[in-house]
Unconditional design. Structure first.
Length: 228
């Protein structure tokens, strides 16, 4: 078995600051006042900004930071991560890249998580006791994969080939540093540029599943094969 580490990338993540065209909407202004921030410092969140999002392009895929929050808690808290066998990255729909230190203990409370990510957007790096925990950069998914150079790129999609958990685990452990791409947006299709970077498309069920469910399945398939 050649497996060394899994590269897990949450792609087209519904994570972004409130776009300029929404800054003056009363829903955004109200939320900004409540949190004592400027509109441009807030994460776009459908729970608070639904009315402001009605005319946004691809609104159905945007404004759900909670999805990647769940996914990150699931992945960073896994046995695979604790054993040093997991690297986690976030790619956002507007081409930001976030590196996550596997030792990072993210806030469990969603509102605190939003505050942390908003601080990351302002500072680009979050540190604690001299240790870098999160880093934000501009870049595409292609840029990220070109840097990481995985030897296999698997996109999880209900349009892919059906694999059992055992088959998925066998596939991933047959490579040294495979990358698995999981869509972290509420609904809709992957962009063509995302599909093109994958050299395998896999499904684990015949219908779409929540991103954190897929994340857990992928990690468990590896933990089972590795005897974690």
């Amino acid at each position: 078995m050649d497996f060394v580490k899994l590269i897990l990338v949450f792609v087209e993540t519904a994570l972004e600051l409130v776009p300029k065209e929404c800054w003056n909407h009363r829903a955004v202004i109200s939320d900004a006042r409540r949190r004592n921030k400027r509109p441009d410092q807030l994460l776009l969140d459908r729970s608070y900004h639904h009315a402001a999002m009605k005319n946004l392009v691809d609104a159905h895929k945007r404004g759900r930071p909670d999805i990647v929050h769940f996914c990150l808690l699931t992945s960073l808290g896994s046995v695979l991560s604790k054993m040093g066998l997991l690297e986690v990255y976030v790619h956002t729909r507007d081409d930001k890249l976030i590196w996550v230190n596997p030792e990072t203990r993210l806030p469990r409370v969603y509102e605190r998580f939003k505050g942390l990510i908003e601080a990351l957007y302002e500072q680009c790096i979050i540190e604690s006791n001299g240790k870098k925990l999160l880093e934000l950069k501009d870049g595409t998914l292609t840029d990220l994969l070109s840097t990481l150079r995985p030897d296999k790129v698997v996109l999880m999609s209900e349009k892919g080939n059906r694999l059992t958990m055992k088959e998925l685990g066998m596939l991933l452990t047959s490579y040294k540093r495979p990358a698995v791409l999981v869509g972290a947006f509420p609904r809709g299709e992957f962009e063509e540029r995302t599909v093109k970077v994958a050299n395998a498309i896999v499904r684990i069920y015949d219908e779409s599943l929540e991103a954190w469910t897929v994340t857990s399945y992928v990690i468990c398939s590896l933990e089972h094969m590795l005897g974690c």
